[in-house]
Design a protein. Structure first.
Length: 137
């Protein structure tokens, strides 16, 4: 009986996603965004690769940026995620840039399973929004 319980606990631990499972290409429900997350040194970063605005206008610019000097940047390839540090099974302390409102928010990325992650962005806690992103294969 004890060995069965131990085996079940071991299986549950091994099925937990690793923090590195966030590396890859993801679909965001906001404007059908496609974001590529990769390692950037000891951190991770993510760039906007596609989305409704880019499909409609391939040269779409970052017109909502709060910094007027940045409004000429193209959306395609724009860094949206930066500065995250691995904290156990999650990535914390990073910044999430939202080109829809031009705001930058504190973020946390939590892998749920191999094909799902939760991205939380906060202006100031508890003013947060969480999105579920799905892996694109």
């Amino acid at each position: 009986m004890l060995s069965t319980l131990f085996a079940a606990l071991l299986a549950a631990q091994s099925s937990a996603p690793s923090p590195d499972s966030v590396i890859g290409t993801w679909h965001s429900p906001t404007k059908n965004g496609v974001i590529a997350i990769q390692h950037c040194g000891s951190s991770i970063c993510g760039t906007l690769e596609n989305g409704d605005d880019i499909r409609a206008h391939p040269d779409a610019k970052d017109v909502n940026n709060k910094d007027a000097a940045q409004r000429g940047r193209t959306l395609k390839g724009l860094t949206m995620l930066s500065g995250f540090a691995k904290d156990g099974d999650v990535w914390t302390g990073g910044k999430v840039y939202n080109p829809n409102d031009g705001g930058t928010y504190s973020g946390k990325i939590t892998p749920v399973d191999a094909d799902t992650l939760k991205l939380r962005g906060c202006i100031i806690w508890p003013a947060c929004k969480t999105e579920t992103w799905t892996r694109i294969r």
